[in-house]
Design a protein around this ligand. Structure first.
Ligand code: ADP
Ligand code: MG
Length: 254
């Protein structure tokens, strides 16, 4: 199996990028896949969400991008068999500026990932809420991108900018970058708004919207504070069911 490197991207904050990165990673590893989750957001929410205590770390993805530390040396085990994590800490925020003066600044992450690629079936990259150099690094390293979209007002706002960025990355850095799918999140079946957003997004991304839609589920929002993915935090929750089904849908698509 070729390694799928999947960036979870949308410059909007709070659309469930990190929730999706963590839980899709965990559910694919549950299916026996070898998965690496790379936290590329200085907030480090994927790191803490997987139970890693950030202030105990001596190194993170920052050192890979800026100090040329091999990615291998930053990879950490998790409680979940088959799932490893590359952590991020707040110092990563500096990389956005420090990268500017480096050569091949857009391809740093791709180069680092190339060295470990063969050890994994899936590598997920949790992007920050911006379209700066960190996200460009993710999109340059990726074979595919998943775009989470929250079922809320202005769901489509900013998507044109994201699409333009994807086009630019394809043109100059990564011609084969594929949109694996748009993922609707925080769906609330009781509201017309949610239903309306689903229709709008399906029009915007014909054939690309995942048939699994993630509903609002309080267990999904609780899990990170316990340092666990949903499948171990509450295996029978609706959130766990949906992300398990989504993992299978991703397997169909790659
Ligand atoms: P992003 O990484 O795009 O900023 P997060 O994954 O951190 O977004 O999600 C934003 C907030 O919404 C978090 O508090 C998260 O726990 C919560 N959340 C995400 N998905 C759901 C869901 N399906 N149901 C309820 N809360 C959710
Ligand atoms: Mg996030």
């Amino acid at each position: 199996m070729v390694t799928n490197v999947i960036a979870i991207a949308n410059q909007k904050g709070g659309v469930a990028k990190t929730t999706t990165a963590i839980n899709l990673s965990a559910c694919l590893s549950e299916l026996g896949k070898r998965v690496l989750l790379v936290d590329l957001d200085p907030q480090g929410n994927a790191t803490s969400g997987m139970g890693i205590v950030k202030n105990k770390l001596t190194r993170c993805i920052y050192d890979v991008l800026i100090n040329d530390v091999p990615l291998e040396q930053v990879i950490m085990k998790t409680e979940q068999k088959g799932l490893k994590v590359v952590p991020a800490r707040i110092e990563l925020a500096g990389a956005e500026i420090e990268l500017v003066s480096q050569s091949s600044r857009e391809a740093k992450l791709r180069k680092a990932i190339d060295d470990v690629k063969n050890d994994y079936d899936f590598i997920f990259i949790d992007c920050p809420p911006s379209l700066g150099l960190l996200t460009i690094n993710a999109l340059t390293a990726a074979t595919d991108v998943i775009i989470p979209i929250q079922c809320e007002y202005y769901a489509l706002e900013g998507l044109t900018l994201l699409m333009n960025t994807l086009d630019r990355v394809r043109k100059h850095l990564n011609p084969k970058l594929n949109i694996l799918g748009a993922l609707l999140t925080m769906f609330d079946a009781r509201t017309n708004l949610s239903i309306q957003v689903v229709d709008e997004v399906k029009k915007y991304f014909p054939q690309k919207v995942f048939r699994n839609i993630v509903p609002r589920n309080v267990r999904l929002s609780e899990a990170p504070s316990h340092g666990k993915a949903i499948n171990t935090y509450d295996s029978r929750s609706r959130g766990a069911e949906v992300y398990r089904d989504l993992a299978k849908e991703v397997l169909e698509r790659v």
